[in-house]
Each structure stands twice: as structure tokens, then as C-alpha cells.
Write a new protein. Structure first.
Length: 223
């Protein structure tokens, strides 16, 4: 099965401080190339069909960087819609059916996380999130997000970190009245229905959300 993919590239990246004064966070360099290029490399697999990037902050710079790469753009320059609103806004480009979403502020070392997710996707799932045990995380300063039960369902807890990659059904996005909202709202409703699932990534992942994470990411990639 092939999935359309949305790369979240619209955020302000305020935790990056001076590094994003003159560029969007996806163009911050890690190991010699922009973060968004690390993310795009993951989508160069048969499991991914249409590719879309949403744009807001320094949108013209991202358009120029991604020109000629067979990527569609979901323009959010009128307002920042957060993850849930951004996904819903991009649906005319993504089409119906399950969608891969991918944050562009992380790097990976090991097998391709999209391939792992696609292999684990099953009918009856509303969303399938890739999580990583806290002891395999680099650069992440927040608490954990979920725990995974024996059936693979996710519940809110601090055991594991969400890596920023998922497959999600989009039908219930229409139920939210406001334009800007987080996918956490959708996940919580799915979890209450028993439709939120997770799979564990047991290799290396680094959250590049702040400048101090960049050397950690580069060290991880070069081990």
C-alpha cells in the first residue's frame, strides 16, 4: 500500500533562537544538510506516493529550496494552523485515505521508520504512531508521551516518546470546529475509542528542537 505524505514545515521554530532569525527551522543544517532534506530522504521509498510540505514561516525560502523535487505545497501563510489544522488544510492535495505525517525536526539512524510503519499498518487502526523508548532518545528534553499495551494500543503515559512519524486516518479532522488545533486532540479521541496504536522504533532517533541538539544529532549520525 502507498500512502501520501505530509511534511510539517510550517512551524516558527522559536526554540531554535537565533538560528531561525533568517530562515525556517527545516533549513537549519545538521551534518551538512538542512533538516528537511533528512526528512525527505525517508520518503524516497515505494511506500510513499504524493509528497506535500506545508509552509508558513519564510515560505518563499522553502519553496525555492524544494523547487523541482516533485513536492506539492500547502500554503499556510495566511495563518499558522498547528498540526491538526495543517493536516486538514492539506487534504485537498493529499486525497482521501490514510496519510503519513512526518515532522522535519528530527534525524534517524537505523532502518527507515516509514517502511516500518507501513509494514505494521492494519485495517481497524485509526492511527499508528512510531514511538521510541526514552533510553534510546537523543536531544529530547520533554517528558514521555505514551505507553503501549499488549495489543499495541497507545495510552497517555511517560514511558515512550512520539518520534514525529505516523500513519493516520483523516475523517475525524472534520469534527473540529476551529481552524488551528493540535493532533493531540484527535489522538486523545482515538485512544478513547481504542483506535490509537503504536509501534516501537528500537534504533536511534534525535529530536533536533533546539540548538543544543544539533551536536548530539551529528554525533549520533556519525557513530
Amino acid at each position: 500500500m502507498r500512502f501520501p505524505a505530509l511534511l510539517f514545515a510550517a512551524g516558527l521554530g522559536t526554540r531554535m533562537g537565533d538560528l531561525v532569525k533568517d530562515r525556517p527551522k527545516p533549513l537549519v543544517q545538521v551534518a551538512g544538510k538542512p533538516l528537511i532534506d533528512h526528512a525527505l530522504a525517508l520518503t524516497d521509498v515505494p511506500e510513499v506516493g504524493t509528497k506535500v510540505a506545508n509552509l508558513h514561516y519564510h515560505a518563499d525560502m522553502l519553496r525555492h529550496h524544494l523547487a523541482g523535487q516533485d513536492i506539492l505545497f500547502s500554503d499556510e501563510t495566511d495563518m499558522l494552523r498547528e498540526t491538526g489544522g495543517g493536516l486538514r488544510h492539506a487534504l485537498p492535495l493529499l486525497g482521501a485515505g490514510p496519510v503519513i505525517t512526518l515532522n522535519t525536526d528530527a534525524v534517524w539512524r537505523g532502518r527507515n521508520p516509514i517502511v516500518q510503519l507501513a509494514a505494521a499498518w492494519r485495517d481497524g487502526m485509526e492511527a499508528l504512531l512510531l514511538i521510541v523508548p526514552r533510553d534510546r532518545v537523543h536531544g529530547h528534553k520533554g517528558a514521555g508521551d505514551f505507553t503501549r499495551d499488549a495489543e499495541g494500543r497507545l495510552h497517555r503515559a511517560a514511558d515512550a516518546i512520539y518520534t514525529g512519524v505516523q500513519i493516520i486516518r483523516t475523517e475525524t479532522l472534520a469534527d473540529v470546529a476551529r481552524d488551528a488545533f493540535s493532533l493531540n486532540l484527535i489522538w486523545d479521541a482515538m485512544a478513547a475509542r481504542g483506535g490509537l496504536y503504536g509501534v516501537v522504533y528500537d534504533e536511534q532517533w534525535c529530536d533536533v528542537g533546539q540548538p543544543s541538539s544539533i551536536p548530539l544529532a551529528e554525533a549520533m549520525l556519525h557513530v
